[in-house]
Ligand binder design. Structure first.
Ligand SMILES: [Ca+2]
Ligand SMILES: [Ca+2]
Length: 422
């Protein structure tokens, strides 16, 4: 039987080899002046006159760019028709494609790792004081997966399938989250590329290993990609806005871009200001080799207030060769090499990447939030993760904490912070 299991993993690796190490990358201007997958789209987003808070995520206007027009010409023309000028606009950006980079295929050389090994074991049972919701902004989630279905967020105010926005949140039939994926928006959040279901399984397994149950943690699927390469900046922004406005405590972003986006920067900062912990992958390097995010920032991981996560080989082990790092920009490491988790159709698969490390932190953060005496602030969570990280000699000088995810260490720090409050 164990042999059979290994075989099925190998088959999976072959079938889904292109997804191993997948980190979805917003295309944009590249590092060292080289463009990376720049694919601007025929829309321009603008916000004005003063985008405040979450309006950066979903309060912008979208204008089509006609053939032969630049983004600026399109918006100037559009504004002129309304008797306005660029002075009435806070900022604008051309919409762009989200692409998956070509990642180095990582051979399966050892028994797949399960998140339970990730320094997250606890001896005592948990006292859960509140439910925590983790939004997985990604390519959708198989909400019917036998391991995940009980853990999926349910919008109790929404009657499914009746074509009516019963809870009046602006989204029809959003009973399990919502999709902002190109040409596939709507109430179905079903995963069509494996990545989001794999990420969700890591969130669930991490929290479960810490003692959380399906009533303590809910995973909110917010989809903005279909294939892993066809998402847009617009969809990413709307996904974050949806998650925050509909009760997420934590947002996981296993995607990123080396190209700066003013909208994304404002949007993520707004999410954090609303009290949502934003956990992002530090990135899988450039051409498969990790780079220093201090010099080559990746977004949204680098946004002020976000928590950036690097991928390590094993508990106490080195950084993976593909993982980005940065003593001034990446907060901590977590397991991100050959991780077993869920994929659609009641299947299981192995993937490597900072995409896998981030949701381990998201699951631990959800557990910290659920078990704290009073709901922690985002800065309390960040302090707890950094100060409570387990020292790892390979990560000294590589990440802010010099260490890797430790739930028990973080819990101790958080309890200490909260006990000294008046
Ligand atoms: Ca609704
Ligand atoms: Ca409905």
């Amino acid at each position: 039987m164990p042999h059979f299991r290994s075989l099925s993993f190998l088959i999976f690796m072959v079938r889904f080899g292109s997804l191993v190490g997948l980190l979805l990358v917003l295309s944009g201007c590249g590092v060292e002046g080289k463009p990376t997958n720049v694919e601007p789209l025929d829309k321009v987003l603008y916000s004005g006159p003063a985008p405040e808070g979450l309006s950066s995520c979903d309060g912008f206007q979208v204008v089509s760019i006609e053939p032969g027009q630049t983004a600026k010409e399109a918006i100037v023309s559009h504004l002129a028709a309304e008797g306005k000028t660029l002075n009435d606009v806070a900022f604008y950006e051309q919409n762009r494609r989200i692409k998956a980079p070509s990642e180095k295929f990582t051979e399966l050389t050892q028994v797949p790792q399960r998140v339970q090994g990730m320094g997250v074991s606890v001896s005592s049972s948990l006292t859960v004081n509140r439910q925590a919701v983790v939004a997985v902004t990604d390519g959708g989630v198989d909400v019917n997966h036998i391991e995940l279905k009980d853990w999926i967020y349910v919008n109790s105010g929404e009657i499914p399938g009746n074509g009516i926005d019963d809870d009046g949140n602006g989204f029809i039939d959003d009973v399990n989250g919502y999709s902002f994926a190109p040409n596939n928006g709507g109430s179905s959040v079903q995963d069509t590329n494996n990545h989001g279901t794999h990420v969700s399984g890591i969130v669930k397994r991490t929290a479960e290993a810490l003692g959380m149950s399906s009533s303590d943690l809910k995973i909110m699927p917010v989809k903005f990609m279909n294939t892993g390469s066809d998402g847009t900046l617009e969809g990413a922004l709307r996904s974050i806005g949806y998650a925050v406005r509909n009760g997420a405590d934590v947002i996981n972003a296993s995607w990123g871009s080396y190209g700066y986006s003013e909208f994304l920067d404002h949007c993520v900062q707004a999410a954090v200001a609303e009290g949502v912990t934003f956990v992002a992958a530090a990135g899988n390097g450039i051409n498969g080799t990790g780079v220093n995010n201090d010099s080559y920032p990746i977004w949204p991981a680098r946004v002020t207030g976000a928590i950036s996560v690097a991928a390590i080989m094993s508990v106490g082990g080195n950084l993976t060769s593909f993982s980005n790092y940065g003593v001034g920009s990446v907060h901590l490491g977590a397991l991100g090499y050959q991780i077993e988790s869920t994929i659609p159709g009641n299947q299981y698969g192995v993937m490597s990447g900072t995409s896998m490390a981030a949701p381990a932190v998201a699951g631990a953060v959800a557990t910290l939030i659920a078990t704290a005496d009073s709901k922690p602030t985002t800065s309390e969570i960040t302090t707890s993760l950094v100060q409570g990280a387990a020292a790892n000699t390979y990560l000294a000088g590589k990440v802010i904490s010099g260490g890797e995810l430790s739930y028990s260490g973080s819990k101790t720090v958080l309890d200490s912070i909260q006990s000294t409050l008046p």
